[in-house]
Ligand binder design. Structure first.
Ligand SMILES: [Zn+2]
Ligand SMILES: [Zn+2]
Length: 172
């Protein structure tokens, strides 16, 4: 049994935490503990890009919290040569983050839909926790460990690990 802390940074729909707790327990036998919402230090915000640099957020979390931690942000994230990312994890590390910013249907000028938003959050959270536990990207397009470049990719894949990824779990 592993333990995992989830920290909401910003306004995240409360209902998603129950679903996440259940999914992460079921998939990774992870015991989830959800923290109170906290703010991210503004000095890590890039005010030209209106985004947080992913690595800075990972560093902030790992220097302030011990143990495995998944941060969920409502702010937008970018990294090195990618304009934006849905999330990032330290491979076999302690910290992962996801951003719900581009998971919101309203970002794409669609009507707000909490259900769709929650499905996307669950998929990307499972994906990043998978990386923390040693899983790499998977070529199976339905597998949750498939890389998502766009929201269409997120919607296409399932929230589940394929058989091959399931078998790799626990080997590391
Ligand atoms: Zn990934
Ligand atoms: Zn897979």
């Amino acid at each position: 049994m592993i333990s995992l802390r989830i920290i909401p940074f910003g306004d995240i729909p409360k209902e998603v935490f129950d679903i996440l707790t259940e999914e992460l327990l079921y998939k990774f036998t992870a015991l989830v503990d959800v923290y109170e919402q906290i703010g991210l230090p503004k000095e890590h915000f890039n005010s030209v890009r209106h985004q947080f640099l992913s690595e800075r957020v990972l560093e902030f979390i790992s220097s302030n919290f011990k143990g495995r931690t998944l941060g969920i942000l409502d702010e937008d994230l970018y990294t090195g040569d990618l304009n934006f990312i849905f999330g990032q994890a330290q491979m076999r590390g302690k910290v992962a983050i996801i951003s719900v910013h581009r998971m919101k249907p309203t970002f794409y000028k669609n009507e707000a839909d909490k259900n769709i938003l929650m499905q996307r959050i669950v998929k990307e959270a499972v994906h990043e926790v998978g990386h923390m536990l040693g899983l790499e990207h998977c070529n199976n397009s339905g597998c949750v460990m498939n890389f998502s470049n766009t929201i269409i990719d997120v919607d296409r894949k399932t929230k589940d690990l394929c058989e091959s990824c399931k078998n790799k779990l626990g080997v590391y």
